[in-house]
Write a protein that binds this ligand. Structure first.
Ligand SMILES: [Zn+2]
Length: 684
């Protein structure tokens, strides 16, 4: 429900998904007005040498003066582009009534959904009413035997439950779809928020209980304080048996194929049939993939040990929390006070119309994308991007041949994987069909529930069918990109193909440092610590020799140590293991972009523009893309839950590992960015 849908699951994204109002959204100053070089020089800090801090050299004045807008947790180049896209989408949405009047059924749906969200007077009049039927279902739970059906219900309509499912390609047989089930159901971003003693996390915990109490009180719970304390206790018990985010990155340990008939052995006393039937899985599959077996065993015991009224309070709380953005103002405001302000440090919520756009994007996103692409994505962008991707793949191929640490056998596997890599650029060839989704102009809550179930059912309906190779996990208007290891494909939505990532009016160099490195990043996910465990056909199958594994592991350990050393907020270090896959992709992506640029020069020296060589502009393009700031609460939350390193760290660390950077800027021992050659980590 209720979350903005479509935050891609099972794929590796370039940046974190915007799942919440106030996520990766933008504001004030344009990042790049310069043409020609495409490097925005207005914020250069001349007091800093590029050899000492390239990131600060280009971005210094911005870092010193920029204020994060009041409705944002952070501000990065993604934010800047996101804001522009929202303005563009607004012009489309403003034209929907006319298109609807002309008989366009999808335009009618989008317009009705938007209108239902914008009608605040109606929502004020309704209060909690839209949620009452859901509460009644929870209240009607007669015994713990009904809990599996209740979890199925929450999975179908999108509020948090102790576990959740998704439909993905079977990681060991990528010719078919399979159901994965995994731990879920905490109201705070990570188990550490429940279990660690850092004062900032303790404070968030205290505020969480107060928030749960306030929300339940607003919803009429006379024992709200007692319920809130019991919910924290229950979620803390769940947190204790959950796997860490680092453990969850292991594709082998999280692959536990289990016959449905054998699930009971894992969870004595728990009735899986109630869940299977409730979800609508009956007869569709005979096995599921259990991500964290020990958690499920522990959960069965926890269900036994926890009184039914506590479970009821827990489910009501999560139904309420997920529904709150679509209820009256007191619920919207209280939810934002915790999710926005406490957890992420954002003073004020996004304007309502922006939240309305995000709702359309989540619920009927490809129909909106179809209009977006027609109006704002010129065909020449797709053609030039296609060429760039080809150049990057060619550079990757050459790179594999020159790697000094890899054996001939493993190189063969790497080439095979690269040859089979599928690319998707801009928008899908075939658009999604929303004709069966029912949207009503005066029923916001019902719309959100129906849209969520529509998407869940669409996923369930894939089971037993051939793989849909046309499907996209992001809408074209999303400012992001991803790699899907099971499909071995890289995907670049239209919206990321603009400055500062991709500037059609600029010389190539800055684009290689921007979108070129992004392309390299996504390709590298096929070869990072997780992706390299999948073969060319997307199957979890080892194609590295034992010796190469050992060498790969030495390199990745060095990279983990480099990132662990960064402490963007006092007492909160980057988690080098959690972010390893993304860090490999950043470092390798930038290295491959440099190689591709050199190939494109064909042996000629690069042209000098704005006083910089092409090689210099490439690295400036990289630090320009990662120019960014975040509020401390946001940084802490990301460190605990986001597999990407903070933007400034992404901007800085990979550069010092690039031999090309030392050549481009004549970096020498004694310069602050200097690393001795044996300390530089180069993987691909
Ligand atoms: Zn990534």
């Amino acid at each position: 429900m209720y979350q903005y849908l479509f935050c891609a699951i099972g794929v590796v994204t370039l940046a974190v998904c915007a799942t919440e109002a106030g996520a990766a959204t933008g504001g004030a100053t344009p990042a790049s007005t310069a043409l020609g070089s495409g490097v925005d020089l207005q914020y250069v800090d001349k007091a800093v040498r590029p050899q000492d801090d390239l990131y600060r050299y280009l971005n210094g004045k911005w870092l010193d003066t920029f204020q994060i807008p009041a409705d944002k947790a952070n501000y990065v180049s993604f934010t800047y582009v996101f804001d522009q896209v929202q303005e563009q989408l607004k012009t489309i949405v403003d034209g929907l009534p006319q298109a609807a009047a002309g008989g366009d059924a999808d335009a009618r749906k989008m317009d009705d959904l938007y209108a239902s969200f914008m009608d605040e007077a109606k929502l004020e009049a309704l209060g909690l009413k839209p949620l009452q039927a859901e509460f009644a279902k929870i209240d009607a739970t007669a015994s713990k035997k009904d809990i599996p059906a209740l979890i199925a219900r929450s999975n179908r309509i999108g509020y948090a439950a102790p576990y959740d499912f998704d439909v993905e390609l079977d990681a060991r047989d990528s010719t078919k779809y399979a159901v994965n089930i995994g731990q879920s159901g905490l109201g705070m971003p990570d188990r550490d928020y429940y279990l660690k003693d850092d004062p900032k996390l303790v404070q968030a915990r205290t505020k969480y209980v107060a928030h749960v109490e306030k929300m339940l009180g607003l919803a009429g719970d006379k024992d709200a304080a007692k319920s809130a304390a019991a919910i924290l206790k229950l979620e803390t018990d769940m947190a204790q048996i959950q796997w860490t985010k680092v453990e969850n990155r292991d594709p082998i340990k999280t692959y536990n194929k289990t016959a449905i008939s054998a699930l009971g052995t894992l969870t004595p006393g728990y009735d899986w049939q109630g869940y299977v039937q409730g979800l609508g899985l009956g007869g569709k599959v005979d096995y599921v993939i259990v991500n964290q077996p020990s958690y499920f065993t522990g959960l069965a015991k926890l269900i036994e040990a926890t009184p039914l009224p506590v479970w009821k309070a827990y489910f009501k709380w999560h139904a309420l929390s997920a529904a709150a953005p679509y209820l009256s103002k007191p619920f919207v405001d209280e939810r934002f006070a915790f999710s926005g302000t406490t957890l992420r440090g954002i003073p004020q919520n996004l304007p309502r119309w922006k939240r309305g756009l995000m709702l359309i994007d989540g619920a009927i996103g490809e129909s909106l994308g179809k209009l977006y692409v027609a109006k704002y994505f010129p065909p020449e962008n797709k053609a030039r991007m296609d060429q760039l991707v080809s150049n990057l793949i060619a550079a990757y191929s050459q790179d594999i041949d020159t790697l000094d640490w890899m054996s001939a056998d493993t190189k063969k596997g790497a080439h095979e994987k690269l040859n089979k890599l599928v690319r998707k650029i801009g928008y899908p060839n075939k658009w999604r069909d929303y004709s069966k989704l029912s949207i009503s102009r005066d029923d916001l809550f019902g719309n959100v529930v129906r849209a969520t179930e529509f998407e869940v059912q669409r996923n369930l309906d894939k089971l037993g069918k051939p793989i849909d190779r046309n499907e996209w996990d992001m809408t074209p208007q999303t400012v992001n990109a991803y790699y899907d290891p099971e499909k071995n494909e890289i995907v670049f939505p239209a919206a990321i193909l603009q400055p500062p990532f991709f500037n059609v009016k600029a010389d190539d160099a800055v684009n290689y440092g921007g979108i070129g490195a992004v392309i390299g990043h996504e390709i590298s996910h096929g070869f990072d610590d997780q992706g390299s465990q999948f073969d060319a056909d997307g199957n979890l199958h080892d194609w590295f020799t034992k010796d190469d594994h050992a060498k790969f592991s030495t390199k990745t350990k060095a990279l983990v140590a480099q990132y662990n050393a960064h402490e963007p907020v006092p007492n909160f270090h980057v988690n080098g293991e959690l972010t390893l896959g993304e860090n490999i992709a950043d470092n390798s992506g930038l290295a491959i972009a440099y190689k591709a640029y050199k190939i494109s020069l064909g042996g000629k020296p690069s042209p000098s523009i704005d006083g910089f060589t092409g090689e210099q502009r490439l690295y400036l393009g990289w630090v320009q893309v990662w120019r960014g700031k975040a509020r401390d609460e946001e940084t802490i939350m990301r460190i605990k839950s986001d597999p990407h390193s903070p933007p400034a760290v992404r901007g800085m660390v990979p550069v010092s590992n690039q031999d090309g950077f030392y050549a481009a800027f004549a970096v020498k021992p004694g310069d602050k960015m200097y690393l001795a050659p044996d300390k530089r980590v180069a993987i691909w």
